[in-house]
Design a protein. Structure first.
Length: 331
């Protein structure tokens, strides 16, 4: 009788398990049905780290989650904040300085508009502020930059263009300001149309790596005194560019940096952002294969964001995995 009872019970248990599986599948499908059909990541100009990192990450997410998506060339962090806030792109990449300006209504693209539909997802890397000149220019330090030097600061309204000119002015440099994509500016430097390029981008910067293969360059570091002056006046931190970053460097180069974060529209479905965050945070090897700066794209660095509220979907993944986020830092 026990054997018969057991046999009669087995189909019931199996039926219950099947029902639970079907319910879970149905629930997952319902959650996914609220997802967008596709997504776009706002990056920056071609030849910069944002473009390589953002486009590669977009393709990675598209593959992993079976959804159409890709990167889009933009003006960089400041424009990405505006694009995400307005819903023109789902995701974007930005730095903490422009993010602070955007949410307080001080964005140069929309003065007075508090961009409150921008949420943080995950930390990317630090953006060093570095200077490159041709070796033939004999510019080997910031003091060597001549008055009236033609300096390329990247795309207009980018992090580099927003902060680097002011930094150099604080250090007493007088210059002729130029803008453009990093690849274009690299070509202009090589052709003698620029004297210096002031980069704010994740390292290695593709345009610099390409330049040093084609010609001799000087990667110019800040002095201790110059770093101290910059730290007193701007929202940056000390940073050392490892000698291994470029073949030109023989030792680590002193610089300053600003943290980058991936951002999302706060109104995106929670489950969608949860899955995007999960895939990104749980596969750092894959992220580092996209760009080696992603070595710091890890959950331990979420505390570097003290500006933007985290998207509830991203916050859920961090909290499930033991990373605390203050309630007032969750949208």
């Amino acid at each position: 009788m026990k054997k018969t009872a057991m046999n009669n019970a087995l189909p019931t248990a199996a039926t219950l398990l099947a029902g639970v599986a079907l319910l879970a599948a149905s629930s997952a499908q319902a959650d996914r049905s609220e997802w967008p059909d596709n997504f776009t990541v706002g990056t920056a100009s071609q030849g910069g780290t944002y473009y390589v990192y953002g486009s590669g990450w977009a393709n990675f997410i598209a593959d992993e989650l079976d959804i159409s998506g890709g990167g889009e060339v933009t003006g960089g962090p400041t424009q990405n904040l505006a694009l995400v806030h307005g819903g023109d792109v789902a995701f974007g990449l930005t730095t903490m300085g422009p993010a602070s300006d955007a949410i307080s209504g001080k964005s140069p693209l929309a003065p007075g508009l508090e961009m409150d539909n921008v949420c943080a997802m995950f930390p990317m890397y630090e953006t060093p502020f570095s200077i490159t000149a041709l070796a033939s220019s004999d510019i080997e330090s910031i003091e060597d930059i001549p008055d009236g030097a033609r300096i390329g600061f990247g795309p207009a309204a980018s992090t580099s263009d927003t902060y680097f000119p002011a930094m150099l002015e604080t250090l007493g440099v007088e210059f002729d300001r130029r803008n453009g994509g990093w690849s274009d500016l690299g070509g202009q430097l090589q052709d003698g149309l620029l004297d210096v390029i002031a980069f704010a981008a994740g390292i290695p910067i593709p345009a610099v790596s390409q330049l040093e293969v084609q010609t001799d360059v000087n990667i110019i570091e800040f002095t201790d005194a110059e770093v101290d002056t910059i730290l007193e006046n701007f929202p940056v931190a000390e940073f050392m560019i490892p000698a291994s970053t470029y073949q030109t460097l023989e030792e680590d180069a002193r610089a300053v940096s600003m943290w980058n974060f991936a951002i999302a529209g706060c109104d995106l479905p929670e489950d969608f952002v949860y899955e995007v965050t999960k895939v990104t945070m749980e596969q750092n090897d894959r992220m580092r294969s996209i760009h080696r700066s992603a070595a710091t794209t890890i959950p331990e660095n979420i505390d570097k964001n003290t500006v933007l509220p985290f998207h509830p979907g991203a916050a859920r993944w961090y909290e499930e995995n033991g990373y605390d986020i203050a309630e007032d830092m969750i949208k």
